[in-house]
Design a protein around this ligand. Structure first.
Ligand SMILES: NC(=O)c1ccc[n+]([C@@H]2O[C@H](COP(=O)([O-])OP(=O)(O)OC[C@H]3O[C@@H](n4cnc5c(N)ncnc54)[C@H](OP(=O)(O)O)[C@@H]3O)[C@@H](O)[C@H]2O)c1
Length: 304
């Protein structure tokens, strides 16, 4: 395996570069002159590899099960960044192998694929996908490497699609619980830019918390009305107990699903935001002055 290193520029080892966030991260790192070594799965289609090469990234096909190959692929790195997405086998097992490889190769820093609401404030058994992050954080905290997790709330972009909160056809904001509960949102582009800056910053703390915008359900109502020019109303579907019951029923109906984001997982996410339990506190938004934050209203207005 041929690995190139650069003496002048930091070398960022990026796992998950063929994904949505990972691709944007590769772009943001390249813009800032970093050498990006994208670790992709063996057999990754040529188009995905070519897209990364066009950005100027070095693309290395690696067997993520092979500790030696992973260690070789991490050689010379200044920071390993993971933008992997998956269930336990990826978020705990594969990330642990990547972490071990980073340590064995002498890489000083590691950024895991957390990119979520504040899972550190939740107990185990509460939110399936966040449990994987908690479990990996325990492994990471024991490893002889500096670690930084980026916690960004919900990707704002989900409000224009996957997350059934802003109901455009009926002009309603669907929520449970309290209409005044503040909720954290950061769009994917801002998350990628901030993470790239953190990857190139040698002295980051264990956690960096960011929110491009903080809005209550009432604030979402205002943002949606202003973004579309049509008045939106609030639609309270019940208290958080109702949402919990819906999660239980949906989970039972979908118990054999292997989806990373089944509907009940999205509901768990929403529940932990609407309860305030996973709210981000002490935001680190001001750490990098070049950040230009995108508001919820801007994201809603850009919907096609
Ligand atoms: N806060 C939020 O609202 C929010 C929303 C969505 C996502 N996220 C988080 O953001 C992060 C990135 O998500 P994304 O949407 O960018 O993911 P994505 O587009 O699905 O990309 C996932 C990446 O992981 C790679 N991958 C998956 N399984 C793998 C395996 N077993 N071995 C090696 N590589 C593997 C994929 O490679 P291939 O191309 O080879 O499949 C791809 O590069 C994740 O932590 C995700 O949970 C947060």
């Amino acid at each position: 395996m041929k690995i190139s290193t650069s003496l002048n520029n930091p070398t960022i080892i990026l796992a998950g570069a063929t994904g949505h966030l990972g691709g944007l991260l590769a772009e943001e790192l390249r813009k800032r002159g970093a050498h990006v070594r994208a670790l992709v799965r063996v057999g990754t289609e040529a188009g995905k590899r070519a897209a990364l090469q066009t950005l100027g990234a070095e693309v290395v096909e690696v067997n993520f099960q092979n500790a030696l190959a992973l260690t070789q692929a991490c050689q010379g790195g200044t920071c390993v960044v993971s933008a992997l997405s998956g269930l336990r086998d990826v978020m705990v097992d594969t990330q642990t192998r990547l972490l071990n490889a980073a340590v064995a190769a002498g890489v000083p820093r590691f950024i895991p694929s957390d990119f979520s609401i504040d899972f550190t404030r939740l107990t185990y058994g509460h939110n399936r996908n966040l449990d994987f992050r908690k479990e990996f954080a325990e492994v990471l905290d024991q490893a002889p490497i500096a670690a930084t997790s980026i916690l960004n709330g919900m990707f704002t972009d989900l409000l224009t699609g996957q997350a059934p909160v802003v109901l455009f056809p009926v002009k309603r904001i669907l929520f449970w619980g309290n209409a005044d509960q503040p909720l954290d949102f950061t769009n994917i582009a801002n998350t990628a830019t901030y993470t790239a800056l953190a990857a190139l910053d040698p002295n980051t703390p264990r956690y960096l918390r960011i929110a491009g915008d903080v809005q209550t359900p009432k604030g979402l109502q205002r943002a949606a009305s202003q973004a579309t020019g049509h008045p939106f109303k609030l639609l309270r579907a019940g208290g958080l107990g109702v949402l919990n019951a819906m999660i239980r029923v949906t989970k039972t109906l979908m118990r054999n699903s292997q989806e990373v984001f089944p509907p009940w997982q999205g509901m768990q996410y929403l529940r932990d935001m609407l309860s305030g339990q996973a709210k981000l506190t002490s935001l680190n938004n001001d750490r990098y002055p070049e950040m230009r934050w995108t508001s919820v209203q801007q994201v809603l207005a850009s919907r096609r």
